[in-house]
Design a protein around this ligand. Structure first.
Ligand code: FAD
Length: 486
């Protein structure tokens, strides 16, 4: 793993807003007003006289679910990389979230286990933000739309306009008076961001308009979510853990639940989530949901014991996807894509919103680099590839390993060795603080996964796993001797 990729990743994670940003555009247009679009708009507000966010949903209401973000009723934990980035560029989000009842959970209030074994404390003061997704989006949105040069246009982007190989406008339709669709209009723009989420049609537009269609890579990762909300009597400070994440292998009697999470969120509620992979469905009714929770460690029974404040909602995602813009030979200038529109992963890894923040960081770095804006944004896509590769290595890497193991698929020797090394890291992080620290930095998206390939760390991991195995074999030998003596 090249040192420069590791360093570049860290510089994107730590990026600060510029002090004296020169204005580069008259109007920048962001298609999509969710997390990726809002964070891109924040970056563009330093570089454009006017930033217009085009969003089909009515986002004037403060919070609440909306059709453009169907996943917003499922668990959403903000990882440290995303939270720290948002806090630097939109200060005050964390404090306001806490004032509104969200939990900011440090190591003492974060409970992560694997088959019931708690991860070793890593000695680092990381914080995860547990809250409802609509609340987080509202806090980000209120700050972005309060910027004097940012506005929201309710409408749906339907295509692009070009001149001389560059994007010069966005075609928009939207609701007019009564039930009538407004006639299509073109928003003139000298820079455009696609932040239309996982089902963005940008690739199809590019193909229709004679440009290259970025290659779409898909990885089967069928995951079934079920989430319900329950009344919580304890205040956050009284809780042993405000965010709980427990992963189960098929060895653990979890009734097909692969991951269970409970977050203490606003409104004195527990948001409880169960997931199953493949054909395992965590249950649609509240009776099924509570029955599954009763089979899990006690915290899930407790969290689901209060009155239901929101019934079970399910969500299925069949695959992880990424679009390889960096490989596309012919793209128009003044156009980039960000967030789930570029890469959307198996959500159980909680990477999506932090990835969107790092894509915004790539945009800031690109716009500050003096790049030729009349050429395709190759440098932006190169930076973004570093971020997407990193997130993909963690989530898709884990999913591919699981699928191949289930199906007995032969893999190249190099892949086999990488997976074996990762298995040692995962085994060791339950008992070794250094390995847990290195793993957490990567899974919280603060460091590049290449840092886990450090030979010293791997040696340590192998040693720690061997030590656990020898204790286990002594214990099982003693138990066996005890049993045969009875
Ligand atoms: C079940 C589940 C759980 C998740 N949990 C987590 C988690 O714990 N932590 C985490 O960080 N991430 C999580 N994610 C991922 C996270 O939801 C996404 O990564 C994040 O929302 C991406 O933001 P986005 O702005 O790119 O896209 P989206 O949030 O999907 O928003 C796309 C926006 O584009 C708009 N749009 C669509 N079409 C058009 C158009 N034609 N014109 C204009 N606008 C348009 C939509 O209305 C919407 O507002 C989870 C995802 C799922 C599915």
């Amino acid at each position: 793993m090249s040192e420069s990729v590791v360093t570049l990743f860290e510089s994107l994670v730590g990026a600060e807003p510029p002090h004296d940003a020169s204005v580069l555009f008259d109007t920048a247009c962001v298609m999509g007003g969710s997390i990726a679009g809002l964070l891109a708009a924040r970056v563009l507000s330093d570089r454009a006289r006017e930033v217009v966010i085009v969003e089909p949903d009515d986002i004037s209401a403060e919070t609440g679910t909306r059709s453009g973000v169907p996943q917003d009723q499922q668990v959403h934990t903000l990882l440290p990389a995303g939270r720290l980035w948002i806090e630097r560029w939109l200060p005050g989000v964390t404090q306001e979230a806490q004032e509104r009842g969200a939990s900011l959970c440090g190591p003492d209030q974060t409970l992560v286990t694997y088959d019931g074994v708690r991860m070793a404390p890593d000695g680092v003061d990381h914080h995860l933000l547990a809250l409802g997704r609509p609340l987080l989006e509202a806090l980000v949105r209120s700050r972005v739309t309060a910027l004097p040069n940012v506005s929201v246009l309710r409408g749906q982007a339907t295509g692009l306009r070009y001149a001389d190989g560059a994007v010069v406008g966005v075609r928009v339709t939207g609701p007019g008076a009564g039930d009538q669709e407004r006639a299509e209009e073109v928003i003139a723009a000298d820079f455009v961001v696609d932040a239309m989420g996982r089902s963005s049609r940008l690739s199809n537009w590019l193909k229709q308009d004679g440009y290259d269609q970025p290659r779409l890579e898909r990885l089967e990762a069928p995951v079934n979510y079920a989430t319900a909300f329950f009344e919580r009597t304890e205040k956050i400070a009284e809780l042993e853990a405000g965010t709980v994440l427990q992963q189960f292998t098929p060895r653990y009697p979890s009734g097909g639940v692969s991951i269970a999470a409970a977050n203490a969120i606003e409104g004195q509620q527990w948001l409880v989530m169960l997931t199953g992979f493949g054909d395992h469905r965590p249950g649609r009714t509240i009776e099924e949901f509570r029955a599954r929770c009763a089979e899990l460690p006690a915290i899930f029974k407790e969290a689901t014991s209060g009155a239901i404040t929101r019934d079970v909602r399910t969500y299925r995602q069949a695959e992880s996807r990424r679009r390889h813009f960096a490989e596309a030979g012919r793209l128009p200038a003044r156009l980039v894509s960000a967030g789930d529109a570029v890469a959307s992963f198996n959500p159980v890894y909680g990477q999506g919103m932090s990835s969107a923040a790092l894509h915004a960081s790539c945009l800031a770095s690109y716009l500050g680099s003096g790049a030729d804006l009349d050429a395709p944004a190759t440098e932006f896509f190169r930076l973004q590839q570093v971020v997407v590769d990193a997130a993909w290595a963690v989530s898709a890497g884990g999913d591919a390993a699981r699928l191949d193991a289930e199906r007995g698929t032969e893999v190249p020797e190099e892949t086999r060795q990488q997976r074996q090394a990762m298995a040692q890291i995962i085994g060791a992080m339950l008992v070794d603080a250094d390995v847990a620290r290195a793993f957490n930095y990567v899974s919280f998206m603060l460091r590049h996964p290449g840092t886990l390939a450090d030979p010293e760390l791997l040696k340590k991991a192998v040693k720690a796993v061997k030590a656990v195995e020898s204790v286990e074999s002594v214990e099982s030998g003693a138990a066996g001797a005890g049993a045969s003596a009875k």
